[in-house]
Ligand binder design. Structure first.
Ligand code: UDP
Ligand code: MG
Length: 311
């Protein structure tokens, strides 16, 4: 008998959790009569009654297990904690807000069982219900990162996926502190089939992503899976050296031919501004990588568990 682990990361999802449980149980009873299930809820330092809701579920259903963090560590850490704990042969990652429809699970499971795939991932083909400006920047980001990184990031890809044990183990083996899951999933490889579906609105509560958080997440993704910005700043530096060298030649030539009238003060100021701007920008890029390296070498734990269902 196959065992399927469902990992659900939750941050302030008190309203969604009962609805999620209801839906996943419905799907399990209807589509998976012969499979064993375990639900791993990861409470990512919620400030509301999320943990209480989870504990209630655990009391009436021993398929429900949970991990509760000591504070908010982010969804990436929550997913890793769930993977660390999961004992299933097949493992799926889902959001608590039902934006990752559990009804797709049967289709994903059939593909992984009957076809030659190690992993079935999902992507939403529409960005309906999302602010247009956000969609615009998201598209731009995917164009940019796919130019800059060897690893292909799929536009609209969700973290919702069903994978074989072997794939999960590979993800677990990547213990980096700066976790950009979309990149990690692609990095581990394996044969992945993409299922497409229409965007679904969340059932309750609200999204945890502000625009600013998304910008930071985008920078995270770029620095985690590409070193092109470093090369770019070197190229810009070289280009500026070349321009400066040509200008020096021009000035020497002009001085020899026309003498040396003192002029060009405003242009000098502009040049100083431009060049120091470029320098600071490049320093910033280096700083980004350095700060990531700093965090990695400290080897801090990726998450800290306060309690699980065993206590
Ligand atoms: N989440 C989490 N930790 C966080 C932020 C979010 O575990 O710090 C969970 C959240 O509870 C939800 C999932 O990650 O189950 C996706 O979050 P959200 O719905 O806000 O993102 P969106 O679907 O809008 O991309
Ligand atoms: Mg959501």
């Amino acid at each position: 008998m196959d065992k399927i682990s469902v990992i659900v990361s939750c941050y302030n999802e008190q309203e969604s959790i009962p609805l999620f449980y209801q839906e996943i149980e419905r799907v399990r009873k209807q589509d998976f009569p012969n499979e064993e299930f375990e639900y791993i809820f990861v409470n990512d330092g919620s400030k509301d009654d999320t943990l209480k809701e989870i504990k209630e579920l655990h009391k009436k259903d021993d398929k429900v297990k949970f991990i509760s963090f000591s504070r908010n560590f982010g969804k990436e850490a929550a997913m890793l904690a769930g993977l660390d704990k999961a004992s299933g042969d097949y493992i799926t990652l889902m959001d608590a807000d039902l934006q990752d429809p559990p009804r797709l699970l049967k289709q994903m499971y059939d593909i992984i069982k009957n076809e030659d795939y190690d992993c079935v991932a999902t992507r939403r083909v529409t960005r309906k219900g999302e602010p247009p400006i956000r969609s615009f920047f998201a598209r731009l980001f995917y164009k940019l990162i796919n130019k800059m990184s060897d690893i292909e990031m799929v536009d609209g890809a969700r973290d919702y996926r069903l994978m074989k044990r072997q794939v999960a183990n590979s993800i677990i083996s990547m213990r980096e502190y700066n976790r950009y899951s979309k990149g990690i999933f692609t990095f581990v490889g394996f044969k992945t089939k993409w299922l497409e579906y229409e965007n679904v609105k969340r059932v309750a509560g609200e999204t945890k992503w502000s625009f600013w958080k998304l910008v930071k997440y985008a920078i995270e993704g770029i620095t985690a899976f590409s070193t092109v910005p470093l090369i770019m700043s070197s190229i810009i530096g070289l280009l500026f050296c070349l321009i400066a060298f040509l200008l020096i030649l021009v000035i020497i030539f002009k001085t020899l031919v026309y003498g040396d009238p003192t002029s060009g003060w405003p242009s000098l100021v502009c040049i100083i501004f431009l060049v120091s701007g470029v320098q600071l920008f490049s320093l910033g890029i280096i700083g980004q990588y350095l700060s990531k390296t700093y965090l990695e070498v400290k080897h801090r734990p990726i998450y800290i568990i306060k309690e699980t269902e065993k206590e």
